[in-house]
Design a protein around this ligand. Structure first.
Ligand code: SF4
Length: 477
């Protein structure tokens, strides 16, 4: 059973929120403006969701937000440990912030998230990046008011650091500030028990802890009351949801409960581990009207020896059998996956099995990554068979194969009328609106800006590899 942060500890944090508010009032009197915070998120949706909590806490404490470090009194980077380049980006930014802090010594620099949960990184920050004032791990997020207050009032140059070990308790009722009031991520569980050999997540986010269904439903109902209609349920492996709870619940039951909430129009979820994808869940996706017919099922590799070395606990045959079941039950399912290219020990022949599985499944979309060595994981000790050039060549071949499939799948949409939730202006063309289909495909079309946040029908007129173009038909009632 997951443990919760005690009520007294949460109340104690509220006390620090009041203390920060006092400091902020004094700041406003002196400078004639409220203090500004710049937050930046690296990595996955779980981090995005954590940043929403960080912003919720800061908003409560009287801060406002800005877009650049130059304007900011406080900078907080929510970091990622999954790939090396995300860490390099953060260290690069810290170099720039060092110069800014030389001319603005009152500026507070904070780092949090998975990257700083690794001891060798915290040591590096302590030794080399002494201008960082605040470092807190994924489990200490609820303590931000206390830690920030200490950082704001300290009179020495030492960083305030709180990197708890991975035991991890669940903190409910942290305020959340979401930018989008139509769509929301809702965490259903935290951590992971799987220990895939390449992955750092279980070490930095700890073991699986599920929130009670009551807490999740309460959060979703309150989101709906505030106008939200698309809910994405979030967890490192949502298919294990509920295993650690005393209630009679699993993920299939949970999404059936969410499906019953009036006002919820779309339910998405991620991420699913293939070994835990149950028949009950496939049935629930098929039967629940509001659950999007979309499944992200990371396969990572198509060769059994590589899968075993990755500690994925399924074979390509198991995986393909599940995909067959899904396709039979839900013929219009949109499938996506994650692929790691260049896993150590993978040979050229073994990589062909990955291409083969992609051709067989015919995913709508794949998220492919070149393997990134993570210190402390079992795979970090393995040797490479392929050279860097060969790995890049495989990566490009993978994209070529998938691009052809994605385009073909998108071509099939031309002529269809699709229901879109309009996000707003298209990122690439300000004269167009952009939104997503039930299957999560991006659709760009011309229409009034007032349609943002609404469900509309769009006729698909043109297919590209990664998006669709369409013509506005009508607003959905
Ligand atoms: S399932 Fe594997 S890849 Fe996913 S978070 Fe857990 S250990 Fe990492």
């Amino acid at each position: 059973m997951a443990e919760y942060i005690e009520k007294e500890d949460m109340t104690r944090q509220k006390g620090f929120v009041l203390k920060i508010k006092e400091l902020n009032n004094r700041f406003a009197q002196e400078k004639g403006r409220v203090p500004l915070v710049k937050t930046e998120t690296y990595g996955c949706q779980q981090n995005e969701n954590d940043t929403e909590r960080i912003r919720g806490i800061l908003k409560d404490a009287g801060f406002e937000f800005c877009d650049t470090e130059e304007e900011a009194d406080i900078v907080i980077y929510n970091t990622c440990a999954v790939r090396e380049n995300a860490e390099q980006k953060v260290f690069g930014r810290l170099g720039i912030l060092k110069h800014m802090k030389e001319s603005r010594p009152d500026m507070i620099i904070g780092l949090c998230g998975c990257m700083v949960q690794q001891k060798h990184i915290t040591e590096k920050i302590r030794k080399i990046h002494k201008h960082v004032d605040l470092v807190f791990g994924t489990h200490a997020l609820y303590k931000l008011p206390e830690l920030l207050y200490k950082a704001m009032t300290k009179n020495n140059k030492r960083s305030v650091v709180d990197i708890e070990d991975s035991a991890g308790k669940i903190a409910e009722d942290i305020p959340i500030l979401r930018d989008d009031n139509k769509k929301a991520w809702v965490s259903v569980m935290y951590g992971c028990n799987n220990f895939c050999s390449y992955c750092i997540v279980p070490y930095v986010r700890g073991r699986e802890r599920s929130r009670t269904s009551g807490a999740i439903i309460k959060e979703i109902k309150s989101l709906v009351e505030n106008g939200c209609s698309e809910i994405s349920l979030l967890g490192q492996n949502v298919n294990s949801y509920g295993k650690d709870l005393d209630e009679d619940i699993d993920f299939a039951k949970l999404i059936r409960m969410v499906n019953e909430i009036e006002g919820v129009k779309r339910i998405r979820f991620m991420t699913s581990h293939p070994k835990d994808l149950s028949d009950d869940l496939i049935d629930a996706i098929a039967e629940c009207e509001n659950v999007c017919k979309q499944l992200h099922l990371p396969v990572q590799a198509g060769n059994n020896r590589v899968l075993e070395q990755m500690n994925r606990k399924y074979t390509r045959e198991d995986y393909l059998k599940k995909i067959d079941k899904v396709k039979k039950k839900i013929p219009d399912i949109s499938l996506s996956t994650d692929i790691i290219v260049g896993f150590p020990t993978e040979t050229k022949e073994e990589f062909e099995d990955t291409l083969d599985i992609i051709r067989r499944v015919e995913y709508d979309n794949i998220f492919s990554f070149i393997y990134s060595r993570r210190e402390g994981t079992p795979a970090a000790k393995l040797d490479f068979v392929l050279s860097e050039d060969e790995i890049h060549e495989n990566f490009n071949r993978l994209l070529e194969v998938q691009n052809e499939i994605s385009k073909r799948k998108n071509d099939a949409y031309v002529g269809r009328i699709e229901k879109i939730l309009v996000d707003g202006e298209s990122k690439n063309d300000k004269n167009m609106l952009s939104g997503r289909t039930d299957s999560s495909k991006i659709v760009n079309f011309k229409g009034s800006k007032e349609l943002a946040g609404k469900y509309v029908k769009v006729k698909i007129t043109q297919a590209h590899t990664w998006s669709l173009n369409g013509e506005f038909v009508e607003e959905c009632i």
